[in-house]
Ligand binder design. Structure first.
Ligand SMILES: [Zn+2]
Ligand SMILES: [Zn+2]
Length: 283
């Protein structure tokens, strides 16, 4: 799963087939990239050594940051030494030791919370920081601020001096801050208690949905969720949209799972390869 922003891309989990999928989906191997691994099961992490090696063969220069539970560093070092490959760029490995903000950038942050799987695992929330409020040119003119550089200053959050000498604050000419967008990615998980709070108001929840409702017991044993459980989690979070993913290969047609989820949460869709969703800005 890749989140593409204007300047960066953020990858969540990195399964075996990732390089081919990136090529098919035209995801760049050279852009700024951070990779977040939920847990150290093969289907979530085995693509990583190959991807890092390929990026070196492509002479990548931009560093890559990887965030993962403890153990990933050893796994990657072992692969790198055994396969004897060099890198043309820096790989920063950040092992996550506790819940909270794991990555904080100017415009976005990523928050981790423990999920409920067979081994140590984290779910991630990708949270865009609030955007400045709407700018009202008429208000600015009325307060004696002419169009031009002073408007830009106000929009950047700076106070300015108007023509009559009075001070005009950004809040005099701008609306309230606009909320950023939020995407929650669970990796493999059973339902867990604080999910509603963690994912509150998410524009998009991408949730484990491995087995249908008739296999609830198996889902529980294996540390996975059913459609009803995934939907209840999205509902508890007041999410705007739910995407079911990590669907077992036993379902060549997963429409049964979609129906079961929709009974609880109607705004649900099924993930499929190369599915692209655009999240509009919140006004
Ligand atoms: Zn797993
Ligand atoms: Zn898995």
């Amino acid at each position: 799963m890749v989140v593409q922003c204007p300047r960066d891309q953020w990858m969540f989990d990195c399964g075996e087939n990732v390089q081919r999928q990136m090529m098919q989906a035209k995801v760049s191997f050279h852009r700024k990239m951070k990779i977040f691994i939920t847990h150290l099961h093969g289907d979530h992490v085995l693509g990583l050594p190959g991807l890092l090696q390929t990026m070196a063969l492509m002479d990548r220069k931009e560093p890559v940051q990887v965030y993962a539970p403890k153990g990933l560093k050893e796994f990657l070092l072992c692969a790198k030494e055994t396969l004897n490959f060099g890198l043309t760029y820096t790989v920063e490995i950040n092992e996550i030791l506790s819940e909270g903000i794991v990555c904080d950038e100017a415009e976005y942050q990523v928050i981790a919370t423990k999920s409920n799987h067979a081994i140590a695992s984290y779910a991630y929330a990708f949270v865009e920081k609030p955007r400045p409020g709407k700018f009202y040119p008429k208000k600015a003119v009325a307060l004696g601020v002419p169009a031009g550089e002073l408007w830009s200053k106000l929009q950047r959050g700076e106070e300015v001096q108007a023509t009559k000498g009075n001070v005009v604050k950004p809040s005099d000419v701008m609306g309230p801050k606009r909320p950023g967008r939020k995407i929650v990615y669970t990796g493999d998980t059973k339902p867990f208690e604080n999910f509603g709070k963690f994912a509150e108001g998410a524009d998009l929840v991408i949730h484990d949905c491995t087995f249908d409702n008739s296999l609830t017991e198996k889902a529980d044993t294996d540390g996975h969720s059913t459609p009803s459980q995934a939907a209840a989690q999205a509902k508890a979070a007041n999410a705007k949209k739910l995407v079911l993913f990590h669907i077992s290969a036993r379902y060549p047609d997963a429409s049964l799972l979609l129906e079961q989820a929709k009974e609880v949460f109607s705004k649900t869709i099924l993930a499929e390869d190369y599915l692209e969703l655009e999240l509009p800005l919140n006004e």
